[in-house]
Design a protein around this ligand. Structure first.
Ligand code: C5P
Length: 246
């Protein structure tokens, strides 16, 4: 078997997250209807959440889907803890926080998630840390006062996040292999920037195939436009699942 496997992850649908990067609930529902049973989890990010608010999340959860709420919380610990409590009430399965918010903030997020009532269907709420945005390079980091290489900052922040109880990190496939080799433990790695073999790149600069991401150590892949803009989203989703069914 290739790649990193957690108990209960043998169904490739457990590993796939479809990004709903659209501006209306109607557009999101259209994608969800077109994908059908081929995906379990949908990512709601800042665009859709800002446009439609929490009802779009409630509706997805009520219709039996899992939601990864990607709002990348970064604030004082009590504010982030309170936001995570509200996210838990919406029934989301995964959410993101910025690791650079520091250990106390991460711990507040994790504590709030642990205190939430696990859903019988989706299990406990997973807190994922974003380390260094992939849009930043070494030069950008220096300008915000961080000396050294992006990869070292990624490893430092990931180690902090995991030590403070986060369930995993969001990381590129390149970072995933470094994280797996440098850090101990069974943490989740959620990898965006994935393109099925032979498809367009969109505006993602460094892209990998689904199989490459899993082989690098990702537990989950996030795929947006290759599915949401496909003529047949269900067929595209099945093709991707086929590429991660080892
Ligand atoms: O359409 P595409 O497959 O490129 O969508 C990727 C998703 O993953 C988007 O929602 C994007 O915001 C997110 N993402 C990313 N790169 C990161 C972190 C998140 O592309 N480093």
């Amino acid at each position: 078997m290739l790649g990193y496997t957690f108990p209960g992850m043998l169904d490739p649908r457990e590993r796939l997250i479809v990004a709903l990067d659209v501006s209306s609930a109607a557009a999101a529902q259209k994608i969800v209807a077109a994908v059908g049973d081929s995906a379990f989890t949908y990512k709601v990010g800042k665009q859709l959440f800002t446009a439609e608010g929490p009802q779009v999340v409630r509706d997805l959860v009520a219709s039996g889907h899992r939601v990864f709420l990607d709002l990348k919380y970064h604030d004082i610990p009590s504010t982030v803890g309170a936001a995570v409590r509200e996210a838990a009430k919406l029934g989301v399965s995964m959410l993101t926080v910025h690791a650079s918010g520091g250990g106390k903030m991460l711990r507040a997020a994790v504590d709030a998630a642990r205190r939430s009532v696990p859903s019988s269907r989706n299990g406990s709420l997973k807190v994922l840390a974003v380390t260094v945005l992939t849009s930043l390079d070494d030069n950008d980091l220096e300008k915000i006062g961080v000396r050294g290489k992006v990869v070292d900052q990624v490893l430092r922040l990931a180690a902090l996040a995991i030590a403070d109880g986060c369930d995993g990190v969001v990381a590129s496939a390149q970072e995933a292999s470094e994280l797996r080799s440098e850090l101990d433990g069974n943490f989740l790695i959620v990898t965006p920037g994935v393109r099925p073999a032979g498809s367009g790149r969109g505006d993602q600069v460094r892209v990998v195939t689904p199989a490459e991401a899993i082989a690098a150590g990702a537990t989950h892949i996030v795929v947006g436009r290759p599915i949401t803009e496909a003529a047949d989203p269900a067929a595209e989703t099945r093709a991707i699942l086929g590429q991660i069914s080892f």
